[in-house]
Write a protein that binds this ligand. Structure first.
Ligand code: GLU
Length: 505
């Protein structure tokens, strides 16, 4: 077991857009695989045709491409263990259904939905198991010829797993330790349905994990109740020795209050629960995505990595390589992780700060162009460098930076009231004349000249700067004044000053 090469899988069902919790599961699988020099498989579990949603598989593939989480094998990639879509593996599963039937570990059941419903009505908490299966219509109770006749006449049936009662089943979970349950509480799960000629999730999942040589099953806590059944299935199929080790990840919890994170929490509090925007093919409803909201994929990965795991240090910002190096399933918590979406925006802010301005500028340039502004890239980059520490997202730059590219047409009333004094027009005229006389319009030279002038004339620095800002910006926002005037250049600075003096006189 321990000398097997680490192989893990992410096995989503294409029933809709991938939830952010699923993204975290895939990420932990990825980090674990990379940390151990192992492999990560992408398998699509589409045996439940009634829940199939068109577009969901493409959405999953596209999400991981955006997030830079690369798979080694699977749908869209290929590999030696394919096909990787369960709906294309029907014949493989049939072999193992047969094997379980022949070994007496599974049986045919012919109970119709109506019969089952009646039984449930009659018997409170009815469960199909060792105590009740003798009262039902199955190959354990019917004569062999009758069973043969039913199958030959194409009567619909299911194959159920025959669970032996009163056995302690141990699930050895890396995060939760030894989880023990008694087999008597399990029901005889349906493994196969003749109606669609397909196995159910449980059988397909186990068969594929075995055939794909999966060594560790890392998945959400919601699958923990299925794990004892999976352990029994492995053994029944004779694969007990190569059974993967389990790790059931903690739940993602609501940002506020108790309970599991849901799409409704996102709608209520205004954050996405999907990696990419999702257009529901049936309802037409559009759900927001992290990508479209302006998150960097690295920030999303960093944020998710710490929801349920931390390396036990104060470090919060990790490159993907650092995450790979430090990731340890043993350090995952059992307790659910609060989905602190505000922290997610903080991560994005930190990535804006860390990223090179030249990397952010093209994105800001797109927004500028959309607003009719065509500026040289170095000027776009300059504005990014001056203003990026004030935003969490690149799109937030536009309202804060418009004035760099567009002269104010109006002057904010409140700011005028507060900052434009009796003598401001006069002071600004003098300042304009001073600036007009400067040959070197660099930030440093302007600053030195203006500061000296303020001192020589015993002016109030704050008052001068506030009025100056109003003339160039039109309101009381923006970075250091001389950063603005140096960016605008002499001609534009003087033009804006003249206009303001004229208007505000
Ligand atoms: N198809 C299951 C899902 O949608 C896979 C669960 C597992 O990883 O075993 O999550």
């Amino acid at each position: 077991m321990t000398d097997r090469k680490v192989r893990v899988r992410f096995a989503p069902s294409p029933t809709g857009p991938l939830h952010i919790g699923g993204v975290r599961t895939a990420l932990y699988n990825y980090l674990f695989a990379r940390h151990h020099g192992g492999q990560l498989v992408l398998r699509i579990e589409d045996t439940d045709s009634s829940r199939f949603v068109p577009g969901a598989e493409d959405y999953i593939v596209e999400s991981f491409r955006w997030l830079n989480i690369a798979f080694d094998e699977g749908v869209g990639i290929g590999g030696d263990h394919g096909p990787y879509r369960q709906s294309e593996r029907r014949d493989i599963y049939k072999t193992y259904v047969r094997q379980l039937l022949d070994a007496g570990r599974a049986y045919y059941a012919f109970d119709t939905p109506e019969e089952l419903a009646r039984k449930r009505e009659e018997t409170p908490n009815f469960q199909y198991d060792a105590t009740t299966r003798s009262q039902m219509r199955n190959s354990l109770t019917l004569p062999a010829e009758e069973v043969k006749r039913l199958i030959d006449s194409s009567t619909q049936y299911v194959v159920r797993f025959k669970i032996e009662p009163n056995e302690d089943v141990h699930v050895n979970d890396i995060i939760r330790g030894d989880v023990k349950i008694n087999s008597s509480i399990l029901d005889d799960k349906v493994l196969y349905k003749s109606a669609d000629q397909l196995p159910t999730y449980h059988l397909a999942n186990i068969v594929d994990d075995h055939l794909m040589e999966i060594t560790h099953v890392i998945r959400g806590e919601e699958w923990l109740p299925s794990a004892p059944l999976h352990v029994l299935l492995y053994r029944a199929l004779g694969w007990g020795d190569t059974m993967p080790q389990f790790a059931h990840l903690p739940l993602l919890l609501k940002p506020d209050g108790k309970g599991k994170l849901s799409k409704r929490d996102g709608d209520r509090l205004g954050f996405p629960v999907f990696p990419l925007e999702w257009h529901d093919p049936k309802s037409g409803e559009v759900s927001s995505g992290y990508r479209e909201q302006g998150y960097f994929p690295e920030a999303v990965v960093n944020f998710l990595a710490l929801l349920g795991w931390n390396p036990g240090t104060e470090q919060e910002l990790f490159t993907l390589d650092e995450l790979v190096q430090q990731f340890d399933l043993g350090k995952c918590s059992k307790a659910g992780a609060k989905f602190d979406y505000v922290k997610g925006t903080w991560f994005n802010h930190e990535y804006i700060l860390m990223k090179d301005n030249s990397e952010i500028a093209p994105e800001f340039d797109r927004i500028l162009k959309a607003n009719g502004i065509d500026a040289p890239m170095e000027r776009v980059e300059k504005v990014v460098s001056l203003m990026k520490n004030r935003v969490n997202f690149v799109h937030e730059l536009w309202p804060l930076c418009r004035f760099f590219f567009v002269a104010p047409e109006t002057y904010d009333e409140k700011t005028v009231k507060k900052r434009w004094k009796e003598d401001s027009a006069q002071t600004m005229q003098a300042l304009r004349d001073l600036l007009a006389g400067l040959d070197d319009f660099s930030l440093e030279n302007q600053e030195a000249a203006v500061m000296k002038w303020i001192e020589d004339n015993q002016l109030h620095t704050g008052n001068v700067m506030n009025a100056f800002r109003l003339t160039l910006v039109g309101e009381g926002i923006g970075p250091h004044m001389f950063d603005i005037s140096a960016f605008l250049g002499k001609e534009e600075t003087l033009r804006r000053m003249n206009r303001a003096i004229e208007k505000l006189k």
